[in-house]
Ligand binder design. Structure first.
Ligand SMILES: *[C@@H]1O[C@H](CO)[C@@H](O)[C@H](O)[C@H]1NC(C)=O
Ligand SMILES: *[C@@H]1O[C@H](CO)[C@@H](O)[C@H](O)[C@H]1NC(C)=O
Length: 477
């Protein structure tokens, strides 16, 4: 299936050759692709591997990975065409709409406006403009469809979409204070689990010639929001803080949306993803730049000094996880690699996200624990969907709905994942006065797990499923 390499060629043809910044002043798509591939923590692992597969010349189909399922089976060209005939026929559509499960018929038309001005008074920041933008439509395939995702990951009803040049709230300069995301149907009514639509996750990336991603210093692209089924807020400011901050959007910046949606039913759905932005027009010189630094345990670990190099050594000794992030023991404390601050700033808020079995994530600045983010367990929380609050201001968000069924098998201990309590949320630490962060300061995280205290998720093999520890730290620069 060499056809995928033509995607890169087509993208290249859109650009004026010769450098990461195209003639129109925007960053070329190739430069964005390269930066995202160099920064594996920007996207959830499976989305990252799909992203890579879309563009890698030598990888024609999604590869098995930490969150993969069955490895791809070798097939003859005839078999591939038989299985993926309509996918191949739809490749141009996949490039344009960027979906792994394009439809065979035309999508319905939206019955409500794509851009809706909302009341500022009802937002978190009444001084800001508030606008809701609808992106889509996104096709969410029926559970029984044998599409790319079903074939390669045994995940039913899933679509993974990439939208380039997603509409921005402003054309020139503006300052985002907050962003939230949701799903709707054509008529604007809510799409949620009660009617079969699972918002697995979305990541909003911004690309631009002056962007320097704060975690690794990678140029041209950064993650500015991650939202899942819990509808987390993406925040760039801490309400009530005297330190004014926001995310600066520049005229040459371009938004990219990576969205993964799942159908809980066997009927095809078309949904629109909404993002509601609260923002101030113009440059706002008295506002600092609010950006999120990410730290993770495991393979996506990210030391800034070595530009996210996977080869940097973890100073805390041998890992307690397999390469697929499965735990090696019942109780352990896993550390991230060490992040180095390259410039001065102030820490405004932070929080972590972990999986069942976790007892806390400590966020350490130099040698001092500045936040102990403790999960709250509840029997009412759905299996496999603990919340991620990456210091961005919400209650949850990084969900694992796509693997829900896999997790609900009977464990050797005789319990089902539906019988036990799950993480419902994790506390956030706010610093209205800001904690000074000096150039040369370090940060790392320590994720503490104890499966004797809290039962973990069990995978299809009957073993403990993967662990996760990710933290976002909002810094005002
Ligand atoms: C889910 O959608 C239905 C409409 O289909 C709506 O009545 C309900 O309030 C929504 N639930 C949530 C939690 O938004
Ligand atoms: C693995 O766990 C042990 C014991 O909790 C800890 O001392 C060690 O630092 C951990 N390894 C990493 C890489 O964090």
């Amino acid at each position: 299936m060499k056809t995928y390499s033509s995607i890169l060629a087509l993208l290249a043809a859109e650009q004026v050759l010769g450098g990461p910044v195209a003639a129109n002043g925007k960053v070329s798509r190739e430069a964005v692709v390269e930066s995202v591939i160099n920064s594996p923590f920007l996207l959830p692992p499976r989305s990252y591997s799909i992203f890579k597969s879309r563009f890698a010349n030598d990888k024609s189909v999604p590869q098995d990975g930490p969150h993969g399922g069955e490895p791809a089976k070798p097939a003859t060209l005839a078999e591939t065409i038989k299985q993926y005939g309509y996918l191949i026929a739809n490749l141009p559509g996949m490039i344009a709409s960027g979906s792994t499960s394009p439809g065979k018929t035309a999508a319905p038309k939206s019955l409500v406006p794509a851009v809706q001005k909302l009341s500022s008074a009802q937002g978190e920041f009444p001084e800001a403009k508030r606008v809701k933008i609808r992106y889509g439509p996104y096709r969410v395939p029926p559970q029984s469809e044998e599409n790319l995702e079903a074939q390669f990951w045994k995940i039913k009803g899933m679509s993974n979409a990439l939208l380039w040049d997603a509409e921005r709230p402003c054309e020139g300069n503006c300052m985002l204070l907050k962003a939230t995301s949701d799903l709707e149907y054509a008529d604007g009514s809510p799409a949620n689990t009660s009617n079969g639509a699972w918002f697995h996750h979305t990541v909003l990336l911004n690309s631009g010639p002056s962007i320097k991603e704060p975690t690794c210093g990678e140029p041209y692209v950064e993650s500015i929001m991650i939202v899942g089924n819990e509808r987390t807020d993406g925040g760039y400011a801490l309400k009530g803080s005297h330190i004014k901050s926001g995310y600066k959007v520049n005229p040459k910046d371009s938004f990219i949306l990576q969205t993964e949606l799942m159908n809980m039913e066997d009927t095809e759905k078309y949904v629109w993803q909404t993002i509601t932005y609260e923002y101030l027009e113009g440059l706002q010189p008295d506002y600092k730049s609010g950006q999120t630094v990410y730290m993770t345990i495991g393979e996506a670990s990210n030391p800034s000094v070595t530009k996210c190099s996977k080869t940097a050594k973890n100073p805390f000794g041998p890992t307690n996880m397999t390469i697929d992030a499965l735990p090696l023991s019942m109780k352990f404390s896993e550390h991230s690699k060490v992040w180095n601050s390259l410039i001065d700033g102030r820490i405004l808020k932070t929080a972590g996200h972990m999986h069942d079995g976790g007892t806390s994530i400590e966020i350490v600045q130099n040698d001092k624990v500045i936040c102990d983010s403790v999960p709250k367990y509840s029997k009412d929380a759905s299996a496999g969907m603990p919340g991620m609050d990456a210091g961005m201001g919400g209650k949850g968000g990084h969900s694992h709905g796509g693997r829900k069924n896999k997790r609900q098998v009977k464990a050797p201990g005789g319990y089902k994942n539906t019988d036990i309590e799950h993480i419902a949320g994790q506390n956030r630490c706010d610093y209205p006065d800001g904690i000074p962060l000096k150039k040369g300061d370090t940060m790392h995280i320590r994720a503490n797990y104890d499966f004797n205290l809290h039962k973990g998720m069990i995978n299809a093999d009957g073993n403990l499923d993967e662990v996760m520890g990710i933290v976002g730290v909002l810094v005002a620069y």
